[in-house]
Design a protein around this ligand. Structure first.
Ligand SMILES: Cc1cc2nc3c(=O)[nH]c(=O)nc-3n(C[C@H](O)[C@H](O)[C@H](O)COP(=O)(O)OP(=O)(O)OC[C@H]3O[C@@H](n4cnc5c(N)ncnc54)[C@H](O)[C@@H]3O)c2cc1C
Length: 349
């Protein structure tokens, strides 16, 4: 879930070169621990089951069948605290380059609690990019989208009770936001493409049935309006102008807009290192070996939601599989160079 960066093993253990504890590692996270989960809507229930989310078998014990955002967040935070994991939060990786000899140098910007910023430079032999796919929320790119009432993230429905809310989007995030808003008394309209509304195939990205069923009930009971749209033309202070899929232009009164049409990873740093990318099923993905998750740039690995192995289960499983492989490759490298001390470098610049 964070940018995991591994360097040469700190305590060299010949009997167990695969042990991840042998790594001198540092995680750099620009937000908080489990930042993406922290940014889920307040009180949201996960669609995954505890066994797909927990760090150790049987360690996540939600009150109901599936955990809430708060239960999962607390589970991950306590895992980090209990194991004293080396995660620097509020620190963003801003630049990376290959060293002429071997390994990589990367710069970060660290924000202190008093909002002061400092630049830090590190060196590492291996890099694992686990940067997620939330960096760039998608925009409609229409007039009015920069108004303060337009949001690209949904947090909670309570500020919008009895207000006119529009949700644009066709996936689970949009459907959940429309449902929460409607259930909690916002006068909600959902603008969705016909193909998304009519999609009932879970394998083709249809809304989860436990979202769809109550959503249909809100519609049937007259609390939620669904507009099958072709284009959102303009957002103004008090209205949204859109064109329906039948070509009719509608102006609907409006206080708040949620544009929830997905987001994309920021692949800039990876590309700068020379990592190749390709079109994926949903978005651009890095090219990597499906066994090792190493990219075409030796020593640079990828894991998590911006690869083909999406969702939390894979974001946990893949690093569990590849960290021992990284340990082995470091082991081979150290034997080759005869080195014995780690060469992780950190210089305040
Ligand atoms: C509303 C919502 C609901 C979801 N519900 C579910 C669910 O029920 N079940 C499920 O399995 N999945 C769900 N997902 C998807 C799930 O959140 C992701 O699959 C999961 O978070 C992926 O983990 P990750 O480690 O790949 O990325 P992330 O959890 O996104 O972690 C990547 C981290 O990298 C950090 N980062 C990025 N760039 C930099 C940089 N340059 N420097 C430093 N740090 C950086 C980010 O701040 C972020 O914290 C949901 C997603 C959303 C948005």
């Amino acid at each position: 879930m964070e940018n995991r960066r591994c360097s040469r093993p700190r305590t060299w253990n010949r009997r167990d070169p695969q042990a991840s504890a042998d790594f001198a590692y540092q995680v750099i996270e620009k937000g908080t621990i489990a930042d993406t989960i922290r940014r889920y809507p307040i009180g949201r229930t996960l669609f995954s089951t505890p066994n797909e989310l927990e760090m150790h078998e049987g360690s996540l014990k939600p009150v109901r069948e599936k955990p809430t955002r708060e239960e999962l967040l607390s589970h991950y935070i306590h895992f980090v605290l209990d194991h004293n994991l080396k995660i620097n939060t509020d620190e963003e990786v801003t630049n990376i380059a290959r060293l002429e000899t071997e390994g990589f140098v990367f710069q970060t910007t660290r924000t202190t609690e008093y909002a002061q910023q400092s630049q830090v430079s590190y060196e590492a032999r291996r890099l694992v990019f686990a940067i997620g796919a939330m960096a760039h929320p998608r925009y409609l790119n229409i007039p009015g989208e920069n108004l303060p009432k337009v949001h690209h993230l949904f947090v909670e429905p309570y500020p919008y009770v009895r207000k006119q809310a529009l949700v644009v989007g066709g996936g689970n995030s949009a459907a959940e936001a429309a449902l929460f808003l409607s259930e909690e008394g916002a006068r909600t309209t959902m603008a969705i493409w016909r193909e998304d509304w009519e999609n009932r195939d879970p394998k083709a990205g249809a809304m989860k049935h436990w979202v769809r069923t109550p959503l249909d009930r809100e519609v049937a009971e007259g609390r939620l309006r669904v507009i099958l749209y072709k284009e959102i033309a303009e957002i103004t202070e008090n209205e949204v102008r859109l064109v329906t899929d039948l070509g009719e232009t509608l102006s609907i009164p409006n206080h708040v807009v949620f544009v929830l049409i997905g987001s994309d990873a920021d692949l800039t740093l990876l590309k700068k290192l020379g990592v190749k990318t390709e079109p994926g099923k949903l978005t651009e993905v890095p090219v990597y070996d499906p066994e090792t998750f190493e990219t075409n740039v030796p020593g640079v690995y990828v894991a998590g939601h911006f690869t083909h192995a999406r969702h939390i289960k894979a974001a946990i499983d893949v690093p569990r599989r590849i960290v021992p492989l990284i340990a082995r490759s470091l082991h081979r490298e150290l034997i080759g160079t005869g080195a014995s001390e780690p060469r992780i470098g950190k210089t305040q610049i």
